[in-house]
Design a protein around this ligand. Sequence first.
Ligand code: SF4
Length: 315
Amino acid sequence: MYPEIYMDILNKCNARCKYCLTGQANRTGYSSRFPAYYMDVRTFDRLARHMLDHQIMTPDALFHIYNWYEPTLNPHLAGILNYMREHGLRVDMSTNAGRCMDFSGLGDCGHMESILFSMPGFSQSSYDRIHGFDFEQVKQNIRTTMKELRQRGFKGDAYINFHLYQFNLGEIYGAKAFADSVGLRLHSIFAYFNGSGEFEPYLRGTLSAEEMKDATREIFFGHLYELEKHAEKYLEQFVEPESITLSEFCNVIPGRGCNDESKVCSIFDLHSYEEVKAVYDSLAAKRGNDPIYRQIHLWAHSYKLSMNHLFGIPD
Ligand code: SF4
C-alpha cells in the first residue's frame, strides 16, 4: 500500500513564478483556458474511500496537498482538512501565502504534519519579480495562518522555503529574523526550472540563447557540478517513501513534474496497489536509462538539500 499521496485539490494558483509550469501558464494567459475547479469534500471522500477499500493506500496515509496549485484558494479546504482528521489521514501543506485560507469551520489541526511557506525572497522587489504579491500582506498572512493553526492544536513542522535567486541573496537574513519572530524554521534552496520545460533543453544544451541569458542572470547552476559528481550519494539521500501523484481530477500522473495534461488514467479505474504500481513501472520502463532523466531527477530533488550553511544559518 502506498503511504504517501501527492495531489492538488484545485487547478489554479494566484502567483506568476517565472520558472514554474503554472506560473508560466499564468504569465502567458494559457491557464485562463481552464475553468476553475475546486475539489469538494464529497469528491475527496470518494477518492479516499476508493484508495482505502482497494488497499491502494495505507489507512494513515500522508497527503501532500500541493503540486502545481495553491490549496488556500479552494473554498473547501477547511472541510477537506477536517475530513482527513476525522478519518485518520495525515496532511502536509504548502502555500505561497498570497492570501489566507478560510479558517471558519476548520477544526483541530493536530493531524497536520507540516506547513511550508514558499518565498521568492524577502523584499517587495523580489516579490515583484517572481510571485507578484504584496510583500507586507504575505508576511501578515503567514503570521495569521500560524496563529490560527496553533490555536487549533497544530504542532507540526512549520517552515519557510526560501528560494535562492541571484537577486535575493542579501535578503536571507531578513527572512531568518522574520522566521524566528513567528517561530518558523528556515530552509533555503536554489531556485530551479520547475516544470516550466527548461530542464531537459538546458541539460541537452538546446535551451535558446534568449532563455539562457535570462536564466543565467537569475538562477544558480554551479551546484550541479556537485550534484552530478556525487550523484550516487545524492540519489540515495533523495530516496523517499513510495507515493502516488494525482491531479485534482483524481487522474494518475507520471510524477510531480507534470499536471493533469499528462494524465495516464483515472485512479478510479485501478483497483489494487499492484495495478497502480504496474502503471508506474510501465512509465519508468518507457523512460529507460537515458542519463538525462537521472540528471533531471537529481536537480528536481535538490530542494531537499538545505543551503542554510552557505549563510551560517542553522537548519
Ligand atoms: S511555484 Fe508555486 S506559487 Fe509559484 S506559480 Fe508555481 S504553483 Fe504557484
